[in-house]
Design a protein around this ligand. Sequence first.
Ligand code: MD3
Ligand code: FE
Length: 208
Amino acid sequence: MKPVDTGFEGLALYPRFVDEAAQAALVAELVRAFESAPPYRPRMPRTAKPWSIRQTNLGPLGWVSRPGGYSYSSTNDVNGRRWPAIPGALLALWEELAAFPAPPECCLVNLYEHGKARMGLHRDEDEEALEAPVVSLSLGDTCVFRVGGFARGDKSKSFRLSSGDVLVMGGSSRLRLHGVDRVIFGSSRLLPGGGRINLTLRRVNKPA
Ligand code: MD3
Ligand code: FE
């Protein structure tokens, strides 16, 4: 399948790449994973301000926000346990679209559960393997997603991400600023309580 042209080199959007049956199967797997890795509300480093979204992780490494800053951890600060495995369907998605010779180490799970949930403009830059792309899958309600340049104030564009859409961010777009302006609540029936889940697959360490 050919991606939609976003106008940004290295940024590829695959609308409805994952069909509804596969979306529902993934949601069921996530619900099971949440039993051992319950979503929690991260806080900003230093200010401790709680985020509007909840998060958890799957895979050998989880992305965590701690008072000292952002990092990757093999265990969950909430319960000291390792994170559940990344579902096979997501590993297959990475294999198909990432064009990278090693598997993802982290699947960050972002839950947008109410009308004010959003994610401010930021860069994904806590990974050592910046030559690997980031692959993200959207589930549930549609969101308005913003992609900018490399400095605040650079021109930006917004796109809608709907359930089943996959975004691959690589090459010269890997370090672009991006964020979620808002979620269009009630736009999908995939999730029992409504809302949106984003799954972000990342390679953290350079392959051996
Ligand atoms: C574009 N999550 O967790 S993923 C994140 O929908 C994050 O929850 C968003 O940004 C979400 O860090 C969007 C899509 C994404 C990820 C990295 C990018 C888009 C990107 C890097 C460059 C450009
Ligand atoms: Fe990000």
